[in-house]
Design a protein around this ligand. Structure first.
Ligand SMILES: [Zn+2]
Length: 275
């Protein structure tokens, strides 16, 4: 994408983010990585609904401004994603209300409830809280960036990325739409998860169709762990958040945590016998 097109599309997407209430005030940021490695990014402290093409910042691949326009301090998050994912050319960060509600409630969007979301987006993990504009945020995100195309940031918002700025926006929109449906389904009594064999078929289909590659099998969500599909790189990040399905809270424990819990239970029972 050339610089003029990138500027035009960033302004268009900024308006959409604002009109759809994915951002308010000067929230959020959008960037595009150009073919020569330079980055066109939204400026600091400006409403995304009221930007003009000449208000955008341009930086080198390390985030150093190349003009007098200063990019958002959250550009570090974009730089991390560009470093970890050579295929990614655009990043979109916002605070969409339903997705952000999951992030505030400490929940990942990781239940297999919608076939098309498994096909096109996969699960969205919750990364732990970090002070905005510090490396706490980027370090929390780092393990997940390779295998996911969208992330929730605890007590903050969401970020999505893709091969171009529209794909990044579409993924953010799918994240928000999924979160909204999940919340509505909870109000109606709870969602029905897709069974394991249906999930496996969808994952095979998405790889055959080129929606998501094999690296997305390494996602953090529990429903992928329960399939018989093997993660090719083996560096699947740990499951995040509380998995809530059919109204029951399921808590994921590591083997060590389970052993510790059982040991404590045995000790408690033994002390009870003595007394
Ligand atoms: Zn933010």
């Amino acid at each position: 994408m050339d610089e003029l097109t990138a500027r035009r599309e960033i302004v268009n997407i900024g308006k959409l983010l604002y009109e759809r209430s994915y951002v308010v005030s000067s929230d959020g940021n959008i960037s595009v990585r150009l073919g020569d490695g330079r980055i066109v990014a939204t400026p600091t402290m400006m409403c995304k609904g009221r930007m003009s093409e000449d208000s955008l910042a341009v930086t080198d691949p390390n985030g150093k401004p190349l003009t007098d326009r200063k990019p958002s301090s959250e550009l570090q998050m974009h730089l991390l994603i560009y470093q970890e994912r050579p295929d990614v050319k655009a990043v979109c960060h916002a605070h969409p209300p339903h997705g952000t509600a999951f992030a505030v409630a400490g929940l990942a969007i990781d239940q297999p409830i919608l076939s098309e979301v498994i096909l096109t987006l996969g699960c969205v993990p919750l990364t732990s809280y970090g002070t905005p504009s510090t490396n706490e945020v980027t370090e929390a995100m780092r393990p997940f960036v390779k295998h996911h195309n969208a992330l929730l940031m605890a007590n903050h918002g969401a970020v999505a990325y893709g091969a171009d700025v529209w794909q990044a926006f579409d993924r953010l929109e799918t994240l928000e739409h999924t979160a909204r449906i999940a919340i509505l389904a909870r109000i109606l009594g709870g969602s029905q998860n897709l069974p394991k064999d249906a999930i496996e078929k969808l994952i095979n289909l998405r790889e055959a169709s080129g929606y998501l590659g094999e690296s997305a099998r390494c996602q953090a969500c529990g429903y992928l762990h329960r399939t018989s599909l093997v993660c090719p790189t083996g560096d699947r990040p740990a499951a995040t958040g509380l998995a809530v399905a059919n109204g029951d809270a399921k808590i994921t424990l590591t083997r060590e945590e389970l052993v510790e819990l059982l040991t404590q239970a045995v000790h408690t029972q033994n002390s009870g016998n003595v007394l």
